[in-house]
Design a protein around this ligand. Structure first.
Ligand SMILES: [Zn+2]
Length: 262
């Protein structure tokens, strides 16, 4: 995971139709809260608004076509993911679903990301654990600012402060709970993901070795040229747009000082 910088201005679809739809959800809840709390009434969420083409395109661009959680390149095949789930939530795996969830944030730009089907539909689903569940906002009259989520919100905080990588494996820095839960619940050390990271890191390691030799022999013009070319290649692997940039950064920085590469 890396920090994601979304444009400050939300796509118009969210601030027009989304705002209107949000009001209709809030009004419906206020008329009969218990019906929504018991799931007898359900909100008619409009994916035509929160997953509108303009919203998806803005997310694809801001996230460099990658899943916000696992950093796989997904191109246009991602799902629009609600950081705070819209319909129902779970504090922990195996616990019953609770209703309603964060219906009033269903069209809120800050709450939307693009994720791969594996992270969204297989792992995160309705999970939204809080450090103190008694602080949870359970309707639109309550404030989410009192919450301390145990998932890293990559639009607001830097995931690299919570999650590091030892080779292809993610770990929670100093055992912090946010890093631990995010890795565990999203299965960021799945066989599939670690294998993909391993392949990428192996080729980076090979290039790093050649670069080390090139730097040692930099008084030779040929080696100097090779070093310059490799620095460009490795800098690309560190960029936000690179697949598995967070793991690449840990591996390359362990080998070189950042200043050697830029
Ligand atoms: Zn993913």
């Amino acid at each position: 995971m890396i920090r994601i910088h979304k444009p400050k201005i939300a796509p118009k679809k969210l601030t027009t139709d989304g705002k209107q739809k949000c009001k209709s959800h809030c009004d419906a809840y206020s008329l009969n809260p218990s019906a929504y709390e018991t799931n007898q009434e359900k909100f008619d969420f409009a994916s035509s608004i929160y997953a509108h083409e303009s919203v998806k395109e803005a997310l694809i661009k801001a996230q460099h076509q990658k899943c916000c959680f696992c950093e796989r390149i997904i191109g246009k095949n991602g799902d629009v993911e609600h950081f705070r789930p819209k319909g129902a939530y779970q504090q922990a795996k195996g616990e019953p679903l609770k209703y309603p969830a964060y219906y009033w944030l269903a069209y809120q730009w800050e709450n939307l990301y693009l994720s791969c089907p594996s992270c969204n539909s297989r792992h995160k689903k309705n999970l939204f654990p809080l450090q103190d569940p008694t602080k949870r906002a359970t309707n639109h009259n309550q404030r989410i600012t009192k919450e301390n989520p145990l998932f890293i919100d990559c639009g607001k905080e830097d995931p690299q402060e919570f999650i590091g990588f030892r080779a292809e494996y993610a770990y929670a820095i100093d055992g912090n709970p946010k890093g631990k839960i995010t890795i565990d619940y999203l299965d960021l050390n799945s066989e599939d993901l670690t294998e993909s990271r391993r392949q990428k890191l192996n080729s980076l390691r090979e290039l790093s070795k050649i670069l080390s030799s090139a730097i040692e022999n930099s008084d030779n013009q040929e080696w100097q040229k090779i070093a310059d070319e490799l620095k460009v290649y490795l800098a690309e692997a560190l960029a936000d747009s690179a697949e598995f940039a967070a793991a690449n950064r840990c591996a390359i920085y362990a080998e070189f000082q950042e200043s050697d590469l830029i």
